[in-house]
Design a protein around this ligand. Structure first.
Ligand code: ADP
Length: 453
């Protein structure tokens, strides 16, 4: 939709005397009406025209006025009014006396081309107005030619009517504003009430949460106290039990000694039973004591840079004595170099011995294997076996005190080894995890930070 600015103006007129201002105002409104501007916009451009015309008449003695239709860069049409002053403008510049004039139109500018200065204003024609084709422009011109300018009095009457309409409009807008204000105040009250209600609910919830936290703190303190009492009780009882049980073992050994009075076969069997039961009991008492010590935080790791190769060598030696089953091999792999980590050598040895011992205890065929592998800043120790394996739902339970997998081959034990091993690993800043399935063996992995806890 391109349209060259129509070369022929829609209307032209001259401004020379005071009365012409009324005529320009009236004709401006008519032109605006003919090209399709809405009533409000007709009044706006007419008012702007009369203001500028008054200024130019006073400053330069008059102007030549011409109306055109242009296509703007936005593809929309604009009604343009050019007022070319008959005399020079002071400093070649023009500022409307009333600052509000520029707000009545879309553009208001002063331009000078080839020595001719023009005050130009424009107002956009609404999209639904008829497209100003050359034929239609000719019709516009004809229509404007038919209407003759009225007198100043006529224009004054029209202007008065417009003023009254504008006043009415202002009044109705003021009434609308008052209604809106009332509604706003009402909404505000609603929002405030809602806000208060929400604040109260929030406070109530907060109070509830605070009470819950207090209760939780109290319960955890109770739990801590109970756990400490349990550890203390275990430590005390096992300590107290150790001396008499050791005495029973000693006495049994004495009774069976060849230098003592000879026993009948039945007596010797019974003394043997007493000794082995007492030894089992001592094992249990010692394990309980170890666990109680670890839980009460009385074990302090003795941190040092530990070379794994001698540790593994020692384990290979001591565990071989336990690997007595003919169909089961024990493999302790040589760690890859450099195999040094910061830890407590004794505690690490205890944990690995414990796991290897379990492997040898529960594996009837195949092998039990220990290997160490470095992964980033951790050392992973894997103790794997080809034993019966452990069902996934029991993986947590076997780390509970006294838990033993039901139905597993009865090979003795207390159910305290794994919880103790996990406590020690935690003390060393690591983790003890299990991967196992029934029939597929088990792999216990101790993962320790290279630099210690
Ligand atoms: P204990 O060996 O003295 O019974 P643990 O705490 O060391 O106690 O082990 C708990 C239970 O976990 C064992 O009784 C056994 O049922 C199961 N378990 C531990 N290690 C293995 C393993 N390598 N293979 C199969 N089951 C095992």
């Amino acid at each position: 939709m391109t349209a060259e600015p129509a070369a022929l103006p829609l209307l032209q007129m001259a401004l020379r005397v005071e009365q012409d201002i009324f005529v320009i105002r009236q004709r401006g409104r008519e032109v605006a009406g003919v090209v399709g501007l809405e009533h409000q916009d007709q009044v706006r451009i007419a008012t702007a025209l009369s203001e500028v015309a008054r200024d130019l008449l006073r400053m330069t003695g008059g102007a030549d006025v011409a109306f055109h239709i242009d296509a703007g860069p936005d593809g929309r049409f604009h009604l343009r009014a050019d007022l070319a002053p008959v005399g020079p403008l002071p400093d070649g510049r023009y500022e409307p006396q009333s600052g509000a004039v520029s707000r009545l139109v879309d553009t208001l500018s002063v331009s000078t081309a080839e020595g001719v200065t023009v005050v130009r204003m424009s107002r956009r024609v609404p999209a639904n107005a008829p497209t100003p084709t050359p034929e239609r422009l000719a019709e516009f011109r004809a229509e404007l030619g038919r209407t003759a300018p009225g007198s100043a009095l006529d224009e004054l009457t029209v202007q008065n009517g417009q003023l009254i309409a504008a006043l009415d409009e202002v009044r109705s807008q003021r009434d609308e504003l008052a209604v809106l204000n009332d509604e706003l105040a009402e909404t505000n009250r609603g929002v405030l009430a809602l806000y208060n209600q929400l604040t109260e609910e929030l406070e109530a919830t907060n109070r509830g949460v605070v009470a819950l936290y207090a209760e939780l703190d109290e319960k955890s303190a109770q739990l801590r106290a109970a756990s400490e009492s349990k550890s203390r009780f275990l430590a005390n009882v096992s300590h107290e039990l150790r001396a008499p049980v050791t005495a029973i073992i000693g006495l049994g050994r004495l009774l069976a000694d060849s230098s003592s009075d000879p026993l009948t076969a039945e007596q010797a069997r019974q003394v043997g039973l007493i000794r082995s039961s007492a030894e089992d009991l001592l094992g249990l008492v010692n394990e309980l004591l170890d666990l109680a010590k670890a839980e009460s935080g009385r074990i302090e790791p003795d941190w040092a840079d530990v070379d794994l190769r001698p540790v593994f060598g020692q384990l290979r030696g001591t565990m071989r004595a336990l690997a007595t089953r003919p169909g089961v091999g024990l493999v302790v792999e040589e760690p890859t170099e450099p195999a040094v980590l910061r830890t407590d050598e004794v505690l690490l040895g205890q944990v690995l011995r414990n796991l290897l011992h379990n492997g040898l205890k529960f594996t009837e065929r195949g092998e039990v294997r220990l290997r160490a592998r470095r992964r980033d800043d951790r050392w992973n120790f894997e103790v794997s076996d080809t034993g019966p394996g452990i069902a996934p739902e029991l993986h947590d339970r076997i780390f509970e005190e006294f838990y033993q997998v039901p139905g597993a081959t009865r090979v003795g034990g207390t159910g305290l080894g794994l919880p103790y091993a996990r406590r020690l690993v935690t003390l060393l800043g690591g983790t003890l995890e299990l991967a196992s399935e029934p029939g597929r063996g088990s792999t216990f992995t101790v993962s320790l930070p290279t630099g210690g806890a």
